[in-house]
Design a protein around this ligand. Structure first.
Ligand code: BDR
Ligand code: CA
Length: 314
């Protein structure tokens, strides 16, 4: 077996974040150095707690969990309880966590880890607004040249946005942090709504989780059932899009995705299109390519990977 890839997961759980974290915990291809929480779907006090709930569900109390930024760099925090419920993890009945939260700030942990580990060995998987990463770059710009890669769920181009007609939630919440990340020269893969909107939960896919003889499978079914109801109503589809696990899936099985290396720019000026991800898919500008942007995902392959891995958890 090849050596596992050291990763830091930055997240704002969120039911789909929960499945992404569980997929990572179940994958021996990863060495999880830490999980950093950020404000996003719900406020920070809940996202950090939710990360610990998920680790405890998978019986991984050894994982180091850090709390990061409680608000975006410049703008006011926007949350999404209308999608994820009051706790951010509505659906299953998960007990209050007892494992500790690390005392170090997430931004310090990110900077210290990237600076102390060998150059270009650590990958960042981001599942929420990019505030922690933007702040880490502002605090220690030298991390940019030392990060192996960032794989980020965010944006939407052909598909448009999901919080405004132009913007996807993660980028909209902290567009300034997203712009810093996008312009830092770090190898970046963006998994936008164009791909994640193809990864629909369906009654059949949820049933596969419910029937698992472990406790993580049925918990995933309960998370997904709660999570899908909002987007099912909005888009009139059977099931809702499962965004964040696509980040881990890209690292585990890139062949599931169609992508292109293109120029990506983030809109931070116009309030009308704030947080829009402008993707030069057709090479119309002379701006140099700076990101691999996914356009589609093999949904059957993604759910097969998820079921295979979640079945291995407690
Ligand atoms: C993204 O926003 C959040 O609601 C989800 O967890 C996902 O990261 C999708 O736009
Ligand atoms: Ca998320």
């Amino acid at each position: 077996m090849t050596t596992p890839l050291p990763i830091i997961i930055d997240t704002d759980p969120g039911q789909d974040d929960a499945l992404a974290i569980l997929l990572a915990l179940a994958s021996p291809e990863f060495e999880i150095l830490g999980i950093t929480a950020v404000a996003g779907n719900v406020p920070l006090a809940l996202t950090e707690k939710n990360v610990r709930k998920i680790c405890e569900l998978a019986k991984r109390t050894d994982i180091k969990v850090f709390a990061g930024c409680s608000r975006p760099m410049l703008r006011k925090l926007v949350t999404a309880e209308y999608v994820h419920g009051k706790t951010g993890l509505d659906g299953p009945d998960l007990p209050e966590p007892t494992m500790p939260l690390q005392s170090q700030h997430a931004v310090d942990f990110i900077v210290e880890t990237i600076m102390s580990r060998p150059e270009k060995t650590v990958a960042l998987c981001t599942l929420g607004p990019l505030t922690n990463i933007g702040m880490a770059l502002a605090r220690e710009p030298r991390i940019a040249g030392r990060i192996k890669q960032i794989v980020s769920m965010g944006g939407g181009f052909f598909e448009g946005g999901n919080i405004t007609p132009a913007a996807e939630f993660n980028i909209y919440v902290d567009p300034h942090a997203a712009r810093l990340v996008c312009e830092a020269g770090i190898p970046l893969t963006l998994v936008p709504l164009d791909a994640t909107h193809q990864a629909l939960t369906s009654a059949k896919r949820i049933e596969r989780f419910r029937k698992m003889p472990n406790r993580s499978g049925p918990a995933c079914a309960a998370l997904l059932e709660y999570f899908e109801r909002f987007d099912e109503q909005k888009y009139g589809t059977d099931g809702g899009p499962l965004h964040d696990p696509c980040v881990m899936a890209w690292l585990l099985k890139p062949e599931l995705f169609v992508s292109r290396y293109v120029n990506l720019a983030i809109e931070c000026e116009s309030e009308l299109t704030m947080g829009m991800t402008l993707v030069d898919w057709w090479g119309m500008t002379k701006r140099p390519a700076n990101a691999t942007v996914c356009r589609s995902v093999d949904a059957e392959g993604l759910y097969a990977l998820l079921s295979e891995r979640i079945a291995k958890l407690p």
